[in-house]
Design a binder for this molecule. Structure first.
Ligand code: NAD
Length: 249
């Protein structure tokens, strides 16, 4: 237990499991109050809430589709009402619908761009007026190493993750003067439900390309997210931090 986020409220999207959950737990461990969203309020969400509550901080879960603009505005206003302020926003919700360009359907493209990229616009749009009034805030958006380098079979996902970088660098310039920082995390190959659904041989192939020769853990992403969420990074904005075992040098 530390106190790096004591007194702060963190709102994390898509946090019922995986990387988002690891961030929520790490932030709670450092004293933050936690609001998490996910598509549905299911057993996984309840389990995550219970684990966060064990750190003794305030926690609440919200069922919301991050891709829906109006729903996002409603949920952000609810979080503000429930917690009083919002100091950290993490745009984490994301999906994959992989396929080579030649075979990719319009539906695959639209779903991934909407859930991964438009969701970040939705949340940033709703949260910035609150952070501007506070004259402080840290926005963290989850990109990917493939958003920086591209990846065959993931043109939709790579485009959405590259979009996170342009979005972040633009808003970092727009709202830096109001004391709000915005940064991007670009994880490499991290062991979660998203990657465990890949065949074993594909996972082994990925590991061969990684200098540290292994996939990362959600907890290793959470440690860097903690740095960006906290005042330890008070002079860091508009940056992309790759957490990838050296894969994307
Ligand atoms: P995951 O599939 O385990 O978790 C994603 C969470 O987002 C799930 O709980 C899911 O229900 C939720 N979600 C999906 N669509 C949503 C929506 N419309 N509204 C609200 N919530 C929604 O994935 P993960 O591996 O934990 O990934 C988290 C983030 O990290 C994603 O943005 C992903 O693209 C990114 N990322 C993951 C890896 C990796 O290797 N796992 C690498 C780079 C980036």
């Amino acid at each position: 237990m530390g106190n790096l986020l004591q007194g702060k409220v963190a709102l994390i999207t898509g946090a019922a499991r995986g990387i988002g959950k690891a961030l929520a737990l790490r932030f709670a461990q450092e004293g933050a109050d936690i609001a998490i969203t996910d598509l549905v309020y299911n057993d996984a969400m309840q389990q995550t809430i219970d684990e966060i509550a064990a750190f003794g901080t305030k926690v609440k879960g919200y069922a919301s589709n991050a891709a829906d603009f109006a729903e996002t505005e409603t949920v952000v206003n609810q979080v503000k009402e429930d917690f009083g302020h919002i100091d950290v926003l993490v745009n984490n919700a994301g999906i994959t619908k992989d396929g080579l360009m030649m075979r990719m359907t319009e539906a695959q493209w639209d779903a991934v761009l909407t859930v991964n990229l438009k969701s970040a616009f939705n949340f940033i749009h709703a949260v910035t007026p609150i952070m501007m009034r506070q004259r402080s805030g840290s926005i963290i958006s989850m990109s990917s190493v493939v958003g920086v380098h591209g990846n065959a079979g993931q043109c939709n996902y790579s485009a959405s993750k590259a979009g996170m970088i342009g979005l972040t660098k633009s808003i970092a310039q727009e709202i830096g003067s109001r004391g709000i920082r915005a940064n991007v995390l670009a994880p490499g190959f991290i062991l979660t439900d998203m990657t465990l659904k890949l065949p074993e041989e594909v996972r082994a192939e990925w590991c061969k390309k990684i200098p540290l020769r292994r996939g990362g853990t959600p907890e290793e992403i959470a440690d860097v997210a903690l740095f960006l969420a906290s005042d330890l990074s008070s002079y860091v904005t508009g940056q992309v931090i790759q957490i990838d075992g050296g894969m994307g040098m």
